[in-house]
Design a protein around this ligand. Structure first.
Ligand code: PMP
Length: 292
């Protein structure tokens, strides 16, 4: 397996970064998780745009253009002969000294890992997930905006540990005010009376690429109303349908929250329609990996 590292494609064993890299020392960096389906990279432009926005928000200057990053992603997939893959694109502040001062990091570290994907088991999609609400609150925007996809994931990791200890695959995170924000690595949605509702990003959610696609599909394909509104766990408990979205999970139903069964305990009918429509889109669209 070859890894893209600072302009070169190197063997996995040789793909190493310095212990002085501020991505490691301080979580000072940004990243993206991207998927390739059937020889095409899904929403590649949107992912690269978000990477540049995250970088801009932390005053990190990426030394490549968006076009160069796109070509690097495609080239890494080509050398590894991957048609279906999970892609991890990371930019760190680079190697510096032991102080926080980013001025000592002269060059960002850029790497791209392309690998086979480990999916959630099929039962999760068939029966729905049983998730919990975490006691760990989502980072407050005034401290570190959840809109930035940074290498600082400790907040989410702590909530994930809580989920694992309760045998749940995901945890819902609330913001400081007690409103639902998102999950540790997924956005959250509910259907109530045929309206799709998801927390606005200002309530503490990442602007998920999958989230945007699902909102669009609900409008255009399902012809149902979509609202970005704050809500509490109570609104999830009494919802008609609940589901999560993310690049890795795609669209996945939730049938139990904090031990409470949602509606009849089965994946909802609109959720199933969205799963199907999303699946079709991933197979049909995206940036081709093969050179034209
Ligand atoms: N929220 C968080 C905290 C995430 O890390 C992710 C991505 N794994 C998402 C939501 C979903 O975003 P996307 O659909 O862009 O993968």
């Amino acid at each position: 397996m070859k890894i893209y590292l600072n302009g070169q494609l190197v063997d996995k064993e040789k793909a190493t970064v310095s212990v002085f890299d501020h991505g490691l020392l301080y979580g000072d960096g940004v990243f993206e998780g991207i998927r390739a389906y059937n020889g095409r990279v899904f929403k590649l432009v949107e992912h690269i745009d978000r990477l540049f926005n995250s970088a801009r928000a932390i005053l990190l200057e990426i030394s490549l253009t968006k076009q160069q990053i796109q070509e690097a992603v495609l080239e890494t997939l080509r050398v590894n002969q991957l048609q279906d893959a999970y892609i991890r694109l990371v930019v760190t502040r680079g190697s510096g000294d032991l102080g926080l001062d980013p001025r000592h990091c002269t060059k960002p570290t850029i790497f791209i890992i392309t690998d086979k994907i480990t999916l959630y088991p099929v039962e999760f999609y068939r029966d729905g997930l049983s998730v919990i609400t975490s006691s760990v609150k989502r980072n407050i925007s005034e401290a570190l905006s959840p809109a930035i996809k940074s290498l600082n994931y400790l907040n989410n990791v702590l909530a994930k540990i809580e989920a694992i200890r309760q045998n749940a695959p995901e945890a819902i995170m609330l913001n400081r005010e007690g409103y639902v924000a998102e999950c540790t690595g997924d956005n959250i949605f509910l259907f109530k009376d045929n309206v799709l509702i998801t927390p606005p990003t200002w309530a503490g959610a990442l602007e998920g690429i999958t989230r945007n696609v699902v909102m669009d599909l609900t409008n255009r394909k399902l012809k149902l109303e979509v609202r970005e509104e704050i809500f509490t766990p109570y609104h999830l408990y009494i919802a008609d349908e609940v589901f999560l979205t993310g690049t890795a999970a795609e669209v996945i139903p939730v049938t139990k929250i904090d031990g409470r069964i949602i509606k009849d305990g089965k994946p909802g009918k609109e959720t199933l329609k969205l799963m199907k429509a999303f699946g079709e889109l991933t197979r049909m669209t995206g940036v081709p990996i093969r050179r034209k």
